[in-house]
Design a protein around this ligand. Structure first.
Ligand code: LLP
Length: 411
C-alpha cells in the first residue's frame, strides 16, 4: 500500500487510487496529503504551546494556493521572499499581519506592496536595504517594523548549496554590523526595530547548530532590548526530514533549547518551516516510458524530468522511489532518468529497483517541498498538475499547463 509518506499514522492512499489519479490527470503528477501537512503544522504549534509564537510557513517550499489557504485557516503566518509570494498569500486568504518578508534583494516595488498590505516584519539583510525601507516608509507616511537577519557564522551540516549561516554566505549581517544598524535607526520616525532573525540553512537534522546560533544572538538581544523594543525572535526554518527512511524527525529536540532560553523573555518566537511542513506530504507520480540497456547500464526512462523535480540534480538529493505495483523478481540497479537533454536529468543513479515495464507508475517520495515550486518549463515542458487529498477525497488544485499557457506571455 503506497503511502504519501511512510510516517507512522500517516494517511495512506492505495495504489489503485493513485492509478486512477494518474489516468484522470496524467503524469507527471504531484499528489499531496492535506492531513499530513496539517499534522506537521500542529506539531510545531503544540511544541510551542507554552511560548508566544507564530509559525510562518515558508512559501518558497510550496506556494500552491490551496495549501496556503489551508494553512491560513489553521492560523498560520507566512514567510515570503518576493512580491509574488505576497500576492499568493493574500490571494489564498493569508493575513498580512502574520507575514514576515525575508530575502537579500527586496525591490522598491516589493517593499511598497508589503507596506501597503501591512506585513508584520521586514527581515533586513543589509544597510542599503534598510535605508530604502526607511525612504519608502517615509514616502508613504507609514511606520515599517523591521528585524535584522544576523549571520551567526555557524556551520550547518547540510549540502553546501543550502547552508546559509556562515560569514562567507550572502545572507544576513555579522553581529557588529547588525548592532550598528539598530543603533543608527533607533530614533527613526519611520522605522521600528521589532525583531531579530537568523536562518542557518536547510535540511538540518542536528539540533545543535540551532542552539549554537541561539547562544550567539541571545546576548545581542539582551543588549538591544535596553534601547529598542524588540518583540520577536525569528529562528528561520531549516528542520530536515529523513529522506532515506521516511521516518518522522520530531521537532521537539530542536525547540527545547529555545523554549528554555525564551520562556521568561516575553519575546514572541517566529519560525519559518518549509520542508518539514510539506516534503513528506507529497509524492511525484511518473510513468515509465522506456527501458533501455546500454553497455552495462540499465536506464528506466520516465515521463517526469528535472524540470519537474530538480532536487537530485541540484543538491545530490536522494528520494525514495518505488513502483506502485512492484513486479515479482529480483531488484536490479538502474538509473531512473527523465526525457530532458541534460545528463543531470536523473532521479536516481545505480538504484536497486524492482522489475518494471513501460507503462508502470513510479512514486518519487518526499517531493512535497521544493518539488513543484522549483519546477520550470525547460525543454518547453508544461508544468505538472497537482492534486490534494483531503478527507479521503482527491481534488485537482492546479491543472496541468498547456502549450498555450507556455506561449501566452510572448508577444
Ligand atoms: N526561511 C528562510 C529565510 C529561508 O531562506 C528558507 C529556505 C526557509 C525559511 C525554509 O527553510 P526549510 O524549513 O524549508 O529548510 N531548494 C532547497 C532548499 C532551499 C531552502 C532555501 N531557504 C532544497 O530543495 O533542498
Amino acid at each position: 500500500m503506497p503511502q504519501i509518506s511512510k510516517r507512522q499514522n500517516s494517511g495512506s492512499i492505495s495504489a489503485r487510487q493513485l492509478e486512477i489519479l494518474a489516468r484522470r490527470h496524467g503524469t507527471p503528477l504531484y499528489v499531496y496529503d492535506w492531513e499530513e501537512i496539517a499534522r506537521a503544522w500542529r506539531e510545531f504549534d503544540q511544541e510551542l504551546s507554552d511560548l508566544p509564537h507564530l509559525i510562518c510557513a515558508a512559501v518558497k517550499a510550496n506556494a500552491n494556493l490551496a495549501l496556503l489557504g489551508g494553512l491560513a485557516k489553521l492560523g498560520s503566518g507566512f514567510d515570503i521572499v518576493s512580491g509574488g509570494e505576497l500576492a499568493r498569500v493574500l490571494r489564498a486568504g493569508g493575513a498580512a499581519n502574520r507575514v514576515v518578508f525575508s530575502g537579500v534583494g527586496k525591490t522598491r516595488d516589493e517593499m511598497d506592496a508589503a507596506l501597503q498590505a501591512g506585513v508584520l516584519l521586514f527581515n533586513i539583510e543589509s544597510a542599503p536595504e534598510l535605508a530604502l525601507l526607511e525612504a519608502r516608509a517615509r514616502a508613504r507616511r507609514q511606520t515599517a517594523a523591521f528585524g535584522i537577519r544576523v549571520n551567526p557564522n555557524i556551520a550547518a551540516p547540510t549540502h553546501p548549496h543550502i547552508a546559509t549561516g556562515l560569514h562567507r554566505h550572502k545572507f544576513g549581517l555579522a553581529a557588529p554590523a547588525a548592532l550598528a544598524l539598530y543603533e543608527k535607526y533607533r530614533s527613526s520616525r519611520w522605522l521600528r526595530a521589532r525583531g531579530l532573525s537568523f536562518h542557518i540553512g536547510s535540511q538540518i537534522l542536528d539540533p545543535r547548530p540551532f542552539a549554537a546560533a541561539l547562544a550567539k544572538v541571545l546576548p545581542m538581544i539582551r543588549h538591544l532590548r535596553q534601547f529598542v523594543p524588540l518583540g520577536y525572535l525569528d529562528i528561520g526554518g531549516g528542520l530536515g526530514i529523513d529522506y532515506r527512511h521516511g521516518r518522522a524527525v520530531p521537532v521537539g529536540p530542536f525547540l527545547m533549547p529555545l523554549k528554555k532560553s525564551l520562556a521568561a523573555s516575553g519575546l514572541t518566537l517566529l519560525l519559518e518551516p518549509g520542508r518539514r511542513l510539506f516534503a513528506s506530504a507529497g509524492l511525484l507520480l511518473t510513468r515509465v516510458l522506456y527501458i533501455k540497456d546500454n553497455a552495462r547500464r540499465r536506464f528506466v526512462i520516465v515521463d517526469a524530468g528535472h524540470n519537474d523535480l530538480i532536487r537530485p540534480a541540484f543538491y545530490d538529493a536522494w528520494h525514495r522511489i518505488a513502483p506502485l505495483r512492484p513486479r515479482p523478481g529480483a531488484a536490479r540497479r538502474v538509473d531512473i532518468v527523465g526525457p530532458i537533454c541534460e545528463t543531470a536529468d536523473f532521479f536516481a543513479l545505480e538504484r536497486p529497483l524492482a522489475p518494471v515495464r513501460a507503462g508502470d507508475l513510479l512514486a518519487i517520495y518526499d517531493a512535497g517541498a521544493y518539488g513543484f515550486s522549483l519546477s520550470s518549463n525547460y525543454n518547453a515542458r508544461p508544468r505538472a498538475a497537482e492534486v490534494l487529498l483531503e478527507n479521503g477525497r482527491a481534488r485537482l488544485i492546479r491543472r496541468r499547463e498547456t502549450y498555450a499557457d507556455l506561449m501566452a506571455p510572448e508577444i
